[in-house]
Write a new protein. Structure first.
Length: 457
């Protein structure tokens, strides 16, 4: 009877083994994540018969019993990095340790140059209980079965870890390292490249103002060649706005008549005359014009140098646009006329032979006096058309005990644009003082009355 019971028990055990009615508990060294029944092989293994027994052949050719998980394959060996003998791994930083070149790896380990940094160990494998979800997953039901939903929305069985999500490592702060060069080696001096070698154009030269205050020239150049000039009576040139040598005046733009010094010459009783020739001959380039006379209150023919007349007509047209009326009264005087004028009034007329009127470039304007808008306009603008005012010389002003000032508001001399600007700059302070004085009393200034047009026949 005992033999019959033993035979039945053995038969039931064999049937249970074949039908999977019993399960083999996982071995302590097996991971709890993978569940295999006692009569199955690991999915990565294939069935085999060894010594007449059922076995499972794993990928590494090892044989395990049914229901046993195959061992995890070891991680692949790190790939051999080819590093130049005198260089560091791309992950490392150059350093000097004990006076020798070395490389500092991310894990602070120091290796020799030409040596690869060690690979970091793989992260530990996550173990999940058979009836639980990964701690990053949440429970879910799929097709009536319990599942676990991972952060990437994938579904895995309970007891299975979610796929690893690679997170970039935080940026490490910069590491201060010593220079790679030994202390004894001095760096070579840097030789600056010439502009031509690198095709960089040189900086433009600095601009500076000429003495005239209106023209610029390149710094370092000679103002005598770079700036507009006038000719001094001694024959040398000077930039416009820069004084001639002491005791000299300057010539007009045509180089014929000296300006500024005629008063000094008279006081010194010099023999120099303002007329073109010393024999008293009259200039030949004068032309007729119309001048309005005080006594007859009518137009009469006068004479003036041709270029002076052209410049005056342009100036008068510009003034008329601003409501300023400019008319000629007197201009050229022959030597005999100047003698008669000097004999009539020695306090106003110049000594014969030294008057600007004898050159044909001086013009007296009708109705202009010190309290007229016309005088104010001329002080501001006449030099732009080549006309200069007449001033006391410094010597004459000292004798009078007064400041340098305009002699006659109605008397203007055509010198040409360059000489007129030079004359304006020479007496700029006196000119601006008179302008400021007239601007301050505009309420009492008068206008020269408009005259009927002249009959030039």
């Amino acid at each position: 009877m005992k033999h019959l019971i033993l035979t039945a028990t053995l038969f039931v055990a064999i049937v249970a083994m074949v039908c999977g009615c019993a399960s083999t508990p996982a071995k302590p060294d097996e991971p709890a994540g993978k569940q295999i029944t006692a009569n199955e092989c690991d999915p990565v293994a294939k069935p085999a018969v060894v010594d007449g027994k059922f076995k499972c052949e794993c990928p590494d050719k090892s044989k395990v019993d049914m229901g046993v998980v195959c061992p995890e394959p070891p991680p692949p060996p790190p790939a051999n990095k080819e590093i130049a003998p005198n260089a560091c791994d791309s992950k490392a930083k150059p350093a000097i340790v004990d006076g020798k070149f070395a490389c500092e790896c991310p894990d602070k380990k120091v290796v020799g140059i030409g040596t690869a940094c060690p690979e970091p160990p793989p992260p530990p494998k996550k173990v999940v209980a058979p009836n639980a979800c990964d701690d990053v997953a949440k429970p879910a039901v799929v097709d009536g079965k319990f599942k676990c939903e991972c952060p990437d929305k994938s579904k895995v069985d309970m007891g299975v870890a979610c796929p690893e999500v690679k997170v970039p490592p935080p940026a490490s702060p910069p590491v201060k390292t010593e220079p790679l060069l030994p202390a004894k080696i001095e760096p070579l001096p840097l030789v600056p490249a010439s502009p031509a070698a690198v095709n960089v154009p040189p900086p433009p030269p600095k601009k500076v103002n000429c003495p005239d205050g209106q023209t610029e020239y390149d710094e370092g150049k000679d103002p005598l060649t770079a700036c507009p000039t006038v000719t001094c009576t001694g024959g040398k040139k000077t930039p416009i706005g820069q004084a001639c040598p002491k005791g000299e005046g300057f010539l007009d733009d045509n180089g014929k008549y000296p300006l500024d010094v005629y008063v000094r010459l008279i006081e010194a009783k010099a023999s120099f005359k303002m007329v073109p020739k010393r024999d008293g001959a009259e200039p030949t380039d004068i032309v007729p014009a119309m001048g309005f006379q005080y006594g007859t209150k009518a137009w009469m023919r006068i004479y003036i140098r041709e270029d002076a007349l052209e410049a005056f007509e342009k100036m008068a047209s510009a003034a008329e646009i601003e409501g300023v009326h400019l008319y000629l009264n007197d201009a050229f005087r022959a030597e005999a006329d100047q003698k008669a004028e000097y004999k009539r009034d020695k306090t106003k007329a110049e000594v014969p032979g030294f008057s600007q009127h004898e050159t044909g470039v001086a013009a007296d304007l009708y109705g202009v006096h010190k309290n007229t808008f016309e005088y104010l306009w001329l002080l501001k603008n006449a030099y732009r058309f080549g006309f200069s005012a007449s001033y006391d010389s410094e010597e004459k002003a000292q004798k009078k005990g007064t400041a340098v000032k305009k002699v006659e508001p109605w008397h203007w001399v055509y010198a040409g644009p360059k000489a007129a600007l030079h004359y304006y700059m020479a007496y700029k302070a006196a000119n601006e003082a008179m302008i400021a004085e007239l601007e301050g009393k505009k309420q009492v200034l008068e206008h020269v009355l408009a005259l009927p047009p002249a009959d030039k026949k």
